[in-house]
Design a protein around this ligand. Structure first.
Ligand code: SF4
Length: 365
């Protein structure tokens, strides 16, 4: 064996298959190892008790099981949890757990920082540090599941954290394969997974093939607005091109699309915007989530007043579209939509320092 020990979680299925082959083991060992990693979620080769002691010792010589450490865990007053992970190269990335009644939604990151430059998003200010690898994405799920109290399970996963998932598609797809595989993986239904994109349309057909939900971060009703708010992606795929791609997507997809629309006071929240939004999306099978802007420092955008938000929603609803208002969650720990990245770049926001609880992980009694 060369260049070992290797982290088993960092290997894709093909690479684990090759390792089993190199060790001269029968093929069923592959499923056994994968099940220990993803279903039993062990963090030690010695816990793989259906491998003989001799085989475990052989495997230990060439491999380890390593998950990313937690740097900190912040709990907002509404129960939203923000985890900051330390990656093997010292960079950090964030994940947000949103508990609501019996539901447990996990908001996953796909990149450290982001290539795109959406003006209302704190992550954009970091620039791109690097893509996450598949195991660093799956690790967010494994670690948070391990941190939940006994009997609680994650109920849905959304790729709405740091980064543009469709610009790191290979790793995201590999992670989704491990998360959804029923035989040896986490067995998560693809229907409970949503990938959110700023509009990276070349990957739309690939998302459809994965069988997961697709959400589009739209945020504008004219090209001028979108150019102002999301210049990088709009320069590649303008509003017309994006909406055409969305129309094509739903023609061949069982699932409707979701459009996310961050409401920014005085920018995209007028009655004219609401009417234009309804006209643009007419004919596309979809629902719309309105997200009142979540403030962070060094940013001039404002959240609209409740009356303006309500009026906007009413107009769109009266035009016959399914439109929902997303509650802001976790904004006192910068865990809400568009607020991720500050602690990952180790620049703690004053609000976060004041956060009621900052706990080490696994602090449950
Ligand atoms: S909103 Fe999403 S795509 Fe845009 S900069 Fe932020 S993380 Fe990147």
């Amino acid at each position: 064996m060369d260049k070992l020990p290797v982290n088993l979680l960092a290997l894709n299925v093909q690479e684990v298959t090759e390792l089993v082959y190199k060790l001269g083991w029968p093929r069923y060992r592959l499923q056994q190892i994968l099940k220990w990693l993803y279903q039993h979620r062990v963090s030690d080769i010695d816990a793989m008790t259906n491998l003989s002691k001799i085989d475990r010792a052989r495997l230990r010589q060439v491999a380890t099981v390593q998950r990313d450490d937690v740097l900190s865990r912040h709990i907002a007053q509404d129960g939203t949890g923000k985890y900051v992970w330390r990656l093997s190269d010292g960079l950090a990335v964030e994940t947000v757990l949103i508990p609501e009644e019996r539901r447990r939604t996990l908001c996953l990151s796909s990149q450290v920082g982001c290539t795109l430059d959406c003006g209302f998003c704190l992550t954009a200010q970091m620039g791109i540090k690097r893509n996450l690898r598949a195991h660093e994405i799956v690790g967010q799920v494994l670690n948070v599941q391990a941190d939940l109290p006994e009997g609680e399970h994650l109920t849905s996963l959304v790729f709405m954290g740091m980064g543009e998932p469709l610009m790191n598609f290979e790793a995201v797809a590999d992670a989704i394969q491990r998360i959804t595989n029923m035989e040896w993986g986490l067995g998560f239904s693809p229907r409970r997974i949503t990938v959110s994109t700023a509009g990276w349309i070349p990957r739309f057909p690939d998302v459809r093939r994965l069988g997961v939900n697709l959400a589009i971060s739209l945020n504008a009703t004219t090209n001028a607005q979108r150019e102002h708010l999301m210049p990088a992606v709009n320069a590649r795929y303008n509003l017309d091109t994006l909406l055409n791609a969305c129309g094509e997507y739903v023609k061949y997809s069982e699932r409707p699309l979701t459009f996310e629309y961050v409401l920014l006071a005085g920018i995209n929240d007028t009655p004219e915007d609401a009417h234009r939004l309804a006209s643009l999306l007419r004919g596309i099978r979809c629902k719309i989530n309105l997200i009142p802007f979540n403030a962070f420092s060094d940013n001039s955008f404002q959240r609209p007043t409740p009356d303006v938000i309500d009026a906007f929603q009413q107009i769109v609803r009266n035009r016959g579209l399914d439109v929902f208002l997303r509650k802001s969650r976790g904004d006192d720990v910068l865990g809400a939509c568009g607020q991720l990245g500050r602690s990952a770049s180790e620049m703690l926001h004053p609000l976060m320092r004041q956060s009621k609880k900052t706990l080490p992980m696994y602090a449950k009694s």
